[in-house]
Write a protein that binds this ligand. Structure first.
Ligand code: SF4
Length: 303
């Protein structure tokens, strides 16, 4: 069955955000054709009126012209919290581009999250926003594993797009997420991306909702040797794997001369300094001091 596309009118595309990293979240689409097997957005209530499987439908949002965009000056817009703003449909629907055109010159900051290289089309436009940032989620260098998990652009295309933005002077983030225990090779990925990004975020695989069993079945089929580890983490709630990985990453970053932080350090960095590695594991459970600080993002400033 092909993708089911609907055009929907909405009152506004800007939503006040509870996310620690932004003032507003912006999702020009409902649903996402990338259909990642581990997509946390897939079980959200707002999709309840869609009987189709996640990945098979996309609603295209149409909003009225944004009145007085300048009132968003100094605010951060996070584009793509529950959809990919550069999924294939954007090539023709151009709703993400429309949003950027409406906000251009307003003085707001944009932070864009994608798994696509279609964002290259809008590089010149994105560059006009102060302190723009684009992040690519990548959790493997193995294209076969990637193909098992999502329908998005290849890893090499994502990395090439990241490099093009970094070369153009736009801040880039390599978002290593979700980290699959025993599968995601974080050191290899950091070595591959370190010359072309400003931040490296690490986020563990979280299994919730309906996709938990699908992922566990996949592991049983393709990586049977990892079943005991996944059982321990995702059925028994054992967090020791993440604590050990945290230690391992701290040592690795020391050896590689990279700054390794959690989410609470205030840092000023020149644009071409090596990237900062930020750990977003189960903070509140592994790190006692993190609970009260977890709403505070790392205020990294690039000069
Ligand atoms: S790209 Fe993001 S929003 Fe789209 S399916 Fe994958 S995880 Fe979900």
């Amino acid at each position: 069955m092909g993708l089911i596309v609907k055009e929907i009118p909405v009152k506004s595309v800007l939503t006040k955000s509870n996310l620690p990293v932004a003032d507003y979240s912006v999702n020009p689409y409902v649903g996402c054709a990338h259909g990642c097997k581990y997509c946390y957005a897939s079980f959200m209530k707002r999709f309840a009126n869609h009987p189709e499987p996640w990945g098979d439908f996309v609603d295209v949002k149409h909003w009225p012209d944004i009145k007085n965009p300048k009132r968003y000056a100094g605010k951060e817009l996070f584009i793509g919290s529950v959809t990919d703003p550069y999924q294939p449909l954007e090539e023709t629907a151009r709703r993400t581009r429309a949003l950027l055109e409406q906000m251009q010159g307003s003085g707001c900051t944009v932070s864009i999250s994608t798994k696509s290289d279609l964002v290259l089309r809008d590089l010149e436009l994105i560059k006009t926003f102060p302190n723009a940032r684009v992040s690519w989620s990548i959790n493997t260098l193995d294209e076969a594993f990637k193909a098992d998990m999502d329908c998005a652009a290849s890893i090499e295309r994502r990395l090439a797009a990241m490099k093009a933005f970094h070369d153009a002077g736009v801040r880039t983030t390599c978002f290593i997420s979700p980290i699959f225990p025993g599968i995601t090779d974080i050191p290899a990925m950091i070595r591959r991306a370190r010359e072309q990004c400003n931040l490296i975020w690490l986020e563990n695989l979280n299994l919730r909702g309906g996709y938990k069993q699908a992922i566990l079945d996949y592991i049983a089929e393709k990586h049977p040797n990892l079943v005991p580890l996944y059982d321990a983490i995702y059925r028994k709630g054992d967090r020791r794997y993440w604590a050990a990985l945290d230690d391992q990453m701290r040592r690795f970053c020391q050896e590689e001369d990279l700054l390794y932080v959690r989410n609470d350090d205030s840092i000023r960095r020149p644009f071409h300094a090596p990237p900062i590695v930020v750990n977003y594991f189960f903070h509140e459970e592994i790190i006692p001091s993190a609970k009260k600080k977890r709403n505070k993002p790392a205020p990294v400033v690039f000069e």
